[in-house]
Design a binder for this molecule. Structure first.
Ligand SMILES: Cc1ncc(COP(=O)(O)O)c(C=O)c1O
Length: 362
């Protein structure tokens, strides 16, 4: 197998020291050491998420906690605001779990605007809103500050936010924004191997779980919280201890870098990529809503992305094609996790050389 420098939006590259933590000898998952490990992770995650809420871990990818969240939080009806494939997923998860839910889908490239959210919530039909903070399929970051202002007007509504591809790459102040369930996955900006999901849970969400009769089994969030509270930070089944060792260590590394410094690093990479993309192609999304962790580029030159990736592969790098129906119309270059500005310079120089990009896009 040939390993490449990954510019795909997950899994992202893992620092060798973090990877090494995955090989830590096993401990009993009902031991005091396991409790200490999970407690420590939760305290560090609370700092990174700017919350005093509870933290649950899930030995699954992020989709598992999305499924648990929409099922456990919806007592009446959910409204899903989708701007791409991962927004659509919330609706699919609701339907397959027998949850009453509607979807508002924006055209590809457009964000969810606060006034749209207000229009739906005004009807009084909904007790759950889902938002994709960073829609990885189209490279858009939704305006959660403005959306937060709207949702705060409706105290009976729970706000579920998919921060799978943004958390740890950009500041998300969970408590200040009023997010009730904030979900992320290990393999994106946290820069860990895939297989672990993490969520913060507000008091309001916890109270709602009591009112929902059918919460399922593996993703029963009330049960996960019971093991956090009553069993002193344990997991209801056997957790992926290797991920927990690695996450605990990685969170120390992130604090050492400094949260603000980490967010600025991601912003600088994003600004570089947006400029580069608009110079040679065109950023796919509506200006002003560009993602800080992945740039989705409109294929204005009609290049063969597969061929480009083959050539990049010879140079030890890999980017991503477009997602779903945007497969050939766009391509994506991620800038999250361990990547640095110099990596973005390296990959864009290689692309310029391969495609002989001299002209500026008209
Ligand atoms: C925005 C977003 N939400 C949800 C998911 C699903 O996460 P996971 O693959 O960890 O289940 C992804 C994965 O790429 C994503 O980018």
């Amino acid at each position: 197998m040939e390993f490449k420098k990954l510019f795909i939006p997950g899994p992202t590259m893992v620092h060798p020291d973090v990877l090494a933590k995955m090989a830590t000898p096993m401990i009993g998952h009902r031991s005091k050491d396991a409790s200490d490990l999970q407690r420590g992770i939760s305290e560090k995650m609370r700092r990174l998420m700017y919350t005093s809420g509870k933290i649950v871990l899930s030995t699954s990818s992020g989709t598992g906690l999305m499924e648990g969240a929409i099922r456990n939080a919806t007592a009446k009806r959910a409204i899903v605001f989708s701007i791409g494939a991962f927004g659509d997923r919330w609706h699919e998860l609701a339907k397959l779990n027998g949850i009453e839910a509607d979807i508002h889908r924006e055209e590809d490239g457009q964000p969810t605007m606060p006034e749209t959210v207000d229009k739906y919530l005004k009807t009084g039909k909904y007790d759950v809103v889902t938002i994709t903070h960073n829609e990885t399929s189209v490279g858009i970051m939704n305006p959660i500050e403005g959306i937060s202002e709207v949702i705060k007007k409706y105290p009976d509504v729970l706000w579920l936010v998919d921060c799978v591809s943004s958390l740890a790459g950009t500041k998300i102040e969970v408590d200040r924004l009023g997010i009730d369930i904030c979900i992320t996955s290990s393999q994106k900006a946290l820069a860990l191997p895939p297989g672990l999901a993490i969520a913060s849970i507000s008091k309001k969400a916890e109270e709602r779980f009591e009112k929902v009769g059918s919460r399922g089994f593996y993703f029963d969030l009330k049960n996960l919280l019971k093991y956090v509270d009553k069993k002193d930070y344990q997991y209801s089944s056997t957790p992926s201890l290797p991920h927990m060792f690695a996450l605990d260590f990685q969170l120390d590394r992130i604090e050492k870098e400094g949260f603000e410094a980490r967010f600025i690093r991601h912003m600088e990479m994003a600004e570089f990529m947006i400029d580069w993309a608009n110079k040679h192609f065109k950023v796919f999304c509506r200006p002003g809503f560009e993602s800080m962790t992945v740039t989705c580029i409109e294929n204005t030159r009609n290049i063969n992305v597969g061929d480009l990736n083959k050539e990049l592969g010879k140079r030890g790098m890999q980017i991503s094609n477009g997602y779903g129906n945007l497969k050939d119309k766009t391509f994506r270059i991620a800038h999250m996790g361990e990547l640095m500005l110099s990596d973005m310079e390296e990959v864009t120089s290689a692309i310029e050389e391969i495609l002989k990009l001299k002209e500026v896009h008209a």
